[in-house]
Ligand binder design. Structure first.
Ligand code: SF4
Length: 383
């Protein structure tokens, strides 16, 4: 038996999922078709309009990171453009085989900060929980690709028990972040079970879900999926749109369903050379996220040190220039924070250029958005 996403190596058999779980809702057929008609195996690359040389290179690169592309996302690719930004995110490229010294298997130290399996804790009040290491789409830039490839496990109740026990035993934990892998690649029944288990812990206040499903497989956002996440907890869904071309009618419908379900929607993007490293591209992305999808642009991540990704990384100076230009063009609600998730578990830090030039006592010299220096004098005291 295969999983809900028809994933051959999934742990869904162990999870006891019935093959017809996904048919309980009348809107499930379309996403299952999207999965089946997409790229699910390396051999499916043969069906794509690639030249023999491109196909050979893609197959070689696919040995380093899994390949999966739902049809809905595949259909966004302009095959006449070898540098198409959608293609760049999912079709393996030979540059991935070029690794630089200093690139890392685990760029943000998930494993070093993992007190029990499938849980990472870098901060006192929140933990990452990994219910699955499988995804609806495999992104070439993924910073967890080594975990997805080498661990390769799907969901299993037994595997999550130590993580649930850890959360129960630590009353300072207020937020649980489901990540992975992609948690929304799991069946509704499993999601409801995980949500119920977490909300039974009285000190947990917020459930966050980090997912690329609304981008790559928006038909998966069914009424059943929305219901599976509704309960006591405030739920925030953090999407992962990187380019305005990913914002389709189907993505809009998916985000509307999530908003109407009562969830807060945020987006984190990765700054990727050749995909979105132009201010016009980022500006359109951020505007469409907020204006069309109702999704607040949250973070713009500087490319981390994942292996084989040098060809997609910008310099920090380039990122700072883009962030400053965005800040000048966009309102606060449309502006993401440009951040770097530091190696060795240092956490996310803002990388944007400072607007403060100099401080002298209570007098500050601060550069305005127009580039001009202005003086601000602090006036603080008892009245
Ligand atoms: S969906 Fe997320 S975890 Fe999965 S491959 Fe893409 S970036 Fe990585």
């Amino acid at each position: 038996m295969t999983s809900h996403l028809d994933i051959p190596d999934a742990g869904m058999a162990a999870a006891g999922m019935a093959a017809d779980d996904g048919r309980a809702h009348d809107d499930d057929a379309s996403w299952q078709d999207d999965v089946r008609a997409g790229v699910r195996h390396v051999r499916d690359l043969d069906s794509l309009p690639l030249s023999p040389a491109e196909r050979e290179a893609a197959q070689a690169a696919a040995t380093r990171h899994k390949v999966r592309i739902p049809k809905a996302y595949l259909d966004l690719i302009d095959w006449s453009d070898p540098a198409d930004p959608i293609r760049a995110q999912v079709i393996p490229s030979p540059e991935e085989l070029a690794e630089l010294e200093g690139e890392l298997d685990d760029p943000i130290a998930d494993h070093a900060f993992s007190p029990v399996p499938r849980l990472t804790r870098r901060h006192a009040d929140r933990v990452l929980l990994f219910p699955t290491y499988q995804c609806a789409v495999y992104c070439r830039f993924c910073f967890r690709k080594e975990s997805l490839t080498s661990i390769g496990r799907g969901f299993s109740r037994e595997a999550l028990e130590p993580a649930f026990a850890y959360i129960e035993a630590h009353p300072e934990i207020r937020e649980v972040i489901l990540t992975g892998g992609d948690p929304l690649s799991l069946p509704d029944k499993v999601l409801a079970e995980i949500r119920a288990r977490i909300e039974a812990v009285p000190h947990v206040r917020l459930l966050r879900i980090h997912t690329r499903v609304p981008v790559a497989l928006p038909s998966r956002i069914t009424s059943g999926l929305v219901r599976s996440l509704q309960g006591r907890l405030m739920v925030t869904v953090v999407t992962h749109f990187n380019h305005a071309r990913e914002i389709t009618d189907a993505a809009e419908q998916a985000c509307r369903a999530l908003r109407q379900g009562g969830f807060v929607l945020l987006n984190q993007s990765v700054l990727l050379k050749g995909v979105n490293d132009m201010v016009e591209v980022l500006e359109e992305l951020c505007r469409e996220l907020m204006y069309r999808l109702g999704v607040k642009p949250y973070y713009l991540h500087h490319g981390d040190l994942a292996r084989g990704m040098a060809h997609r990384r910008t310099t920090i100076a380039e990122g700072q220039a883009l962030a400053s230009a965005l800040r000048a063009r966009l309102s606060g609600i449309c502006n993401p924070v440009y951040v770097l998730d530091l190696p060795d578990g240092g956490g996310k830090v803002p990388l944007g250029a400072s607007y403060i030039e100099v401080q002298d006592g209570e007098t500050w010299r601060i550069r305005g958005q127009d580039g001009e220096l202005r003086t601000y004098t602090e006036l603080v005291g008892d009245l």
